[in-house]
Write a protein that binds this ligand. Structure first.
Ligand SMILES: C[S@@+](CC[C@H](N)C(=O)[O-])C[C@H]1O[C@@H](n2cnc3c(N)ncnc32)[C@H](O)[C@@H]1O
Length: 463
């Protein structure tokens, strides 16, 4: 973080602005909104500044002593020398100073502001690209109705009452989330404050007598790229009190969960089950029974080689509420990002997903059926058994030069893709030191990659 964001209380605090042109006027208006006591020092004072009113104006050249006693100093003159002198004088006294359009002389910078007072959103690019910050502000402006400020004021009025009725922090948070996102908020937006108030009181009375109800969200987090999360996944992740996640859930995705949610890792690695499946099932139920909203994040889609069914079976048995959010499965994600369509009019009329998990040195699959032409086979968890896979397909009728691709960490910036044939792939994969998670795609669609590849992550090159 280049700059530390914070919100300063400037009510009745002395602030100095040097310069009194139109740029200075904009800064003065901002300070004015924050209730600051503003002194302006400038040789010439524009009508814009005079029009703001309630300012102490000193029409004179700047002198270092002018900064004495100020909590904040802004220099907005078009004279570089004056700006430097102002910055030096403020710095010498340890007073935060901003020199407009001159980051080198600033000890603080102004963010782009979305003002929904008392709700304030500040956005900064750390001075790197103020235009980008402004564009982002425009997006936020359109996404947040002007009435949000009214909602914040409404919430503030009930803060103490709700605290008294619901002393438990967790329950209070759930209550507020339902108020601020549900019909009560809509009433406030519609300026029907009296109705909103009585609805809130009713909900509060009902909520204080009920024990909290937990819920589990079984969420498919996709193959790795955070942009592939669904809107629903994101919304529920940001509501959850606890996040229970797998090894395949990337750090960037985890970052998108609620910041203060508890994060519990239950990842499984091949031959190294850090938490047995039954224990995971029990953990989810236990957390929900404590009244928590639990986001169970799983790589890809929870119902494709994800044991999601087993997890919700336990919840169902115990009468715990849950929702399932589908995710982009590795086959879809890796194939797209590798430029390999899984079906194609000229190559494959069907596509089969199988697990290549080795059991006692074997993979129990219908090889005869998998070796028939005009289809694509996607093999999950097949890295260790790659040799067996390639051999079995050849033994059951696939030509040794049948195309095969292997995708490591598909959709992420670490993605690597290797293409070859059934006969040469095992040796090539070993030489290229591929590591899990990898996905295998078998079929003539693999040849399309040559012209369709489009994703070129900077971090890696094709092996
Ligand atoms: C236990 S399965 C879980 C599959 C997941 N539920 C899905 O729908 O993608 C784990 C396997 O998925 C595949 N996989 C998941 N994410 C992957 C990725 N980003 N790149 C390559 N393979 C991936 C690998 O074959 C890995 O061994």
């Amino acid at each position: 973080m280049e700059y530390f964001p914070l919100f300063l209380n400037l009510k009745n605090q002395p602030c100095l602005v040097v310069g009194a042109g139109s740029v200075a006027a904009r800064k003065i208006e901002l300070l004015h909104k924050a209730g600051a006591r503003i002194t302006v020092v400038a040789v010439e004072i524009s009508a814009d500044v005079i029009g703001i009113g309630d300012l102490e104006l000193h029409q004179k050249p700047f002198a270092a002593a002018d900064v004495d006693g100020a909590r904040l100093v802004i220099s907005a003159t078009n004279d570089r020398r004056t700006n430097e002198v102002v910055a030096k004088a403020a710095n010498a006294r340890g007073i935060p100073v901003n020199v407009v359009d001159n980051p080198d002389l600033c000890s603080f910078i102004f963010p782009a502001i979305v003002d929904r007072s008392p709700l304030t959103i500040a956005i900064s690019s750390g001075g790197v690209s103020p235009v980008l910050a402004r564009l982002l502000r425009a997006k936020v402006e359109t996404a947040i109705p002007a009435a949000y400020g009214r909602l914040a004021t409404f919430a503030e009025r009930f803060r103490q009452t709700v605290k008294q009725h619901l002393p438990d922090t967790n329950r209070r948070r759930i209550f507020w989330e339902s108020v601020l996102q549900g019909p009560i908020a809509e009433l406030v937006f519609a300026d029907r404050i009296d109705e909103a108030e009585s609805r809130l009181n009713e909900s509060l009375a009902a909520d204080s007598t009920q024990s909290p109800r937990g819920e589990v969200y079984l969420i498919g987090a996709g193959p790795g790229d955070p942009d592939l999360l669904t809107f629903r996944a994101l919304r529920l992740m940001q509501q959850a009190d606890v996040v229970v996640y797998d090894r395949l859930v990337s750090a960037e995705i985890l970052e998108m969960a609620r910041r203060d949610a508890d994060k519990i890792y239950v990842g499984k690695q091949r031959n190294n089950h850090s938490l047995p499946q039954e224990d995971i099932n029990a953990l989810l139920a236990q957390l929900a029974l404590q009244g928590k909203r639990v986001a169970r994040l799983k790589g890809g889609d929870p119902f494709i080689f994800g044991r999601g069914g087993e997890e919700i079976e336990t919840l169902m048995q115990q009468g715990i509420q849950f929702q399932v959010v589908p995710g982009i499965t590795a086959a879809a994600g890796c194939a797209s990002y590798a430029g390999i369509p899984l079906t194609h009019r000229d190559h494959a009329q069907s596509c089969t997903f199988v697990t290549g998990h080795l059991k006692d040195g074997n993979i129990n699959l219908n090889w005869r059926q998998l070796a028939t032409p005009n289809q694509t086979i996607v093999i999950y968890m097949g890295l260790v058994g790659l040799d067996v896979i390639c051999r079995s397909l050849i033994e059951h009728g696939c030509p040794p030069d049948h195309p095969i691709a292997i995708v490591q960490q598909g959709t992420t910036r670490h993605q690597r893709v290797l293409t070859g044939t059934l006969s040469d792939m095992p040796a090539r994969v070993e030489a290229a030191e591929f590591k899990a998670p990898t996905l295998i795609i078998v079929g003539s669609v693999v040849t399309l990659r040559e012209k369709l590849q489009w994703f070129h992550p900077a971090a890696t090159r094709d092996a």
